[in-house]
Design a protein around this ligand. Structure first.
Ligand code: KG4
Ligand code: ZN
Length: 327
């Protein structure tokens, strides 16, 4: 792929690639509010550098991500992060960049930076689908078995996917309205807890103990799809009634939302009999979810794969790992 000429690519007197280790992929992620960059060695999949600047504390002032502001911040942060990768410039063989799905204005910022760097280093761009990137958070610095039934739970998506390889991903089901992470974010907002809602609701739920009787979405229904808007409205009514403590609302919401996920995943397992199931995306950091899925794995005897907490939310390493597969 591409016409990478190492002589043309020499970098201010740097040693040649052969003296400095193998070729690398530089990867860029900017689909939402995390500016992230990583460098991964192609042959060994070793992660040589990764850093991210989260914009969460800035957006939390507005109760959610403000796309135009996120875009402007990426334009400042991404060049700073790439500058830190300068020692690897001579080894770069391709630039992996998230190009879809996500916020159009923030994706564009990453692609512009990638194009500029790609042109100056004369290396090709490798466009990476963000959701495929999340799947490859399971493969950072390692290989895993395939096929996998994937439960993808992020801020933008909630999906069951059948994964056989980087270009072989089939959607089994998806959410009809909000995603799991979005539901956590909206409930946190209703309770006045700020953004992002997942970690704060999870923490508050630990203090709750009373089940206030919230519905489990689509319970007993044939569909493998997800839905969170009814549950969200039930939470709104519970808050408005003034009858319940916030910690019990958080506890009950988390239980219902995750019972819903578990019911649909169980149905999918019965249909597809996967040898292994992987959970990925920002909300896969939720420990109650992990605990419930572990129980399911024991009952149905499948291998459960989950990324280390560090790789659940958006990062550059997963984009680089997927980029290597596409390269
Ligand atoms: O994957 P991600 O970093 O970004 C997207 O691709 O959307 O996911 C962010 C989402 C947010 O909605 C956040 O509230 C949720 O993941 N999240 C959680 C937890 N940590 C993050 N949701 C539930 N429990 C958590 N512990
Ligand atoms: Zn994501």
């Amino acid at each position: 792929m591409g016409s990478f000429n190492r002589a043309e690519n020499s970098n201010g007197g740097d040693k040649g690639k052969s003296e400095r280790g193998g070729g690398v992929i530089l990867s860029i992620e900017s689909s939402c509010d995390d500016s992230a960059v990583a460098v991964t060695e192609i042959a060994t999949k070793k992660l040589l550098f990764h850093r991210k600047i989260s914009q969460e504390s800035i957006h939390s002032n507005y109760g959610g991500v403000v796309p135009e502001l996120a875009s402007r911040l990426h334009a400042v942060y991404l060049p700073q992060l790439i500058e830190k990768c300068r020692p690897f410039f001579n080894q770069i063989e391709g630039i992996a960049v998230t190009n879809t799905p996500g916020l159009a204005v923030t994706l564009q910022e990453g692609v512009i930076v990638a194009q500029a760097l790609g042109e100056s280093l004369k290396v090709p761009l490798i466009p990476v689908n963000h959701l495929v990137g999340h799947i490859y958070s399971l493969f950072i610095e390692k290989e895993e078995e395939k096929p996998l039934l994937i439960l993808l739970v992020s801020g933008g998506h909630t999906k069951l996917l059948w994964f056989e390889g980087v270009e072989k991903v089939c959607e089994i089901s998806t959410t009809l309205d909000d995603s799991l992470g979005e539901a956590f974010d909206k409930v946190a907002k209703m309770l006045g807890l700020g953004y992002p809602g997942g970690p704060v609701i999870e923490k508050l739920a630990e203090k709750g103990s009373i089940d206030i009787g919230l519905p489990i979405p689509l319970k007993g229904k044939e569909t493998l799809n997800f839905s969170f808007s009814g549950l969200k409205n039930a939470v709104r009514l519970a808050i408005q009634s003034g009858k319940y403590r916030p910690e019990d609302i958080a506890y009950s919401f988390q239980r219902s939302a995750i019972a819903h996920i578990v019911e649909k995943l169980e149905k999918a397992i019965l249909i597809h009999s996967p040898p292994a199931v992987g959970i990925v995306g920002g909300a896969s950091a939720n420990l109650h979810l992990r605990k419930e899925l572990k129980k399911l794995a024991e009952i149905y005897q499948f291998k459960l794969l989950s990324p280390p907490l560090e790789w659940c939310s958006d990062n550059g390493a997963m984009i680089g790992r997927a980029g290597i597969e596409l390269f």
